[in-house]
Design a binder for this molecule. Sequence first.
Ligand code: NAG
Ligand code: NAG
Ligand code: NAG
Length: 284
Amino acid sequence: MLVSLLTCVPLFLFLMHSTCVLSGAKHPDRNDFDLSPTIRKLMKGYNSYLKPNFNEGPIEIGMSLGIASIDAISEINMDYTATIFLRQQWMDERLLFEGNKSLSLDRRLVELLWVPDTFIVNSRKSFLHDITVENRLIRIFSNGTVFYALRITATIACNMDLTKYPMDRQMCTLQLESWGYNLQDVVFYWTQGNDSMKGLDTLQLAQYSVESYYTSVSQAVYETGSYPKLVLHFALWCNILYFILERYVPATLLVALSWVSFWISQSSVPARTCIGVMTIHFKK
Ligand SMILES: *[C@@H]1O[C@H](CO)[C@@H](O)[C@H](O)[C@H]1NC(C)=O
Ligand SMILES: *[C@@H]1O[C@H](CO)[C@@H](O)[C@H](O)[C@H]1NC(C)=O
Ligand SMILES: *[C@@H]1O[C@H](CO)[C@@H](O)[C@H](O)[C@H]1NC(C)=O
């Protein structure tokens, strides 16, 4: 026992040591990637920690949205869950290259580039889809334009006014802000004004229909400064037919059913007993 332990320990130490040496030697450096000549040329001297035209005024970031689906609208939690495509575009003069083409880069190369730190202000929880790979796309054009798209599912808070529920329209928003760059660094704009939102008019929802929507540009003022902010507003209108069929009709039927025992004549005891037992069953 002792002998085997004594031989084991040095062997173990040796193995530990050799794996350490191996992993240390083979650790890939970002600059060692086997990039194509175009990309290697672009990446030379590129610092992804610095925003484009650093120290030379704000960079303009255009945004547009696509809604793939709205999965749930909850009056109880006052929120909705939506799957959205967030598309952002900007100019990065460090990425100019010869020719007329555009390059679609692998999503993993996103880490080598500067990208905006946009976030959804009123989201409660959200995630980037990663089946089968992370759902993001980056494309650079020879004139330096960068196009960056993400697919996100987010549960977004919506302040609902339920005083006249369900006969009222609900105004919901989706608010995008920059996390760290203030208005001196970054400016947001909607790429196509009120048409920057795609897919809302064709959306089919059971309980609600999207009545109208528009976009606006504003700013968020905090103690640390003013930050760029884009807001999408949309109005949800209840589908009354859905509420009648799903809520009012079943409730009415239940009440009518509970009256049945009163309609049966007093003398037919077996029928009344049956109904009575069933009513108890219903109450459960
Ligand atoms: C770029 O494309 C446009 C239209 O496709 C063409 O007219 C132009 O000559 C091209 N420029 C270069 C430098 O190839
Ligand atoms: C850069 O090229 C893209 C694709 O050809 C075009 O859509 C975009 O408007 C161009 N940007 C500028 C600033 O010329
Ligand atoms: C977008 O729509 C809103 C509300 O309908 C309107 O007030 C605003 O002027 C529109 N903006 C543009 C750029 O058309």
